[in-house]
Design a protein around this ligand. Sequence first.
Ligand SMILES: [Zn+2]
Length: 293
Amino acid sequence: MKTLLTEQAPGYYRHRMGDIVVTALNDGSLAKPAEILSGIDPAGAAAILRAEFRPETPVITVNAFLVQTPDLTVLIDAGCGTKMGPTVGRMAANLHAAGLDPAEIDLVLLTHPDHVNGLLTADGSPAFGHARIMAHAADAAFFLSEAAAARAPEPAKPVFAMARAALAPYGERFSTCEGGEVAPGITAVPLPGHSPGHCGFRVVGAGQSLLIWGDIVHVPDLQCRRPEVGLVFDDDPTLAAATRRQALTAAAEARELVAGMHLLFPGFAHVTAEGGAFRSVPLMWSALGAHHG
Ligand SMILES: [Zn+2]
């Protein structure tokens, strides 16, 4: 009897932009009921996902991104850590497989404070011994506010507790930004709606531009076709949908490469616009980690 080999290759993928290297780090995936979607009924969502050869109820890929510049080692988002079940929490292992020790991370940028559990180890201590942590000021005010937590819809409440618990041990190493340059070659781009201070981070190097757009889509095969579809966790669903459409339109028009926390791994894609809908076109896998054209 032969032994079946079932373990995948480590979930990291490097994309090189001159002297900047951006590495996608897979954290796993979360299967969710269709009821987490807003703006579409479960049968409508299932029909689209079936047509796209995806599971008929949403499966949400989770990624983080490592950005290495000549000056800094930056992690963008921190994955789900150890508190969101066995199908996620692989980011730390994939960071290790990619050759990095958490102590080497200088700065963790948060697109919004719900990919934060990975800031903590299983025993609740800081996973990144030296890193500063940064999020948009509007999200810090929102997620760290008792009043906002009390007002939040029931399914969103755990996120508030999670964000506070994950940031507390970092104390004064946590600071906020308002958009603009946050590190050499990295700019925060406010993309509000999913949360008040939800941000993307634009990385520019060697004449290339990459927008790591956070949670612009959670179920890309569905939301590219139907950008009005959101998540019940969206803080402002109307603004989230408008931001999603605007980000998809801008990426298609500028032909800018995007990377997403919930784009299918390895999480880099271009966007095409077709009659009011969009398509994400995965970046061609390259053994050199380089992007041509
Ligand atoms: Zn997310």
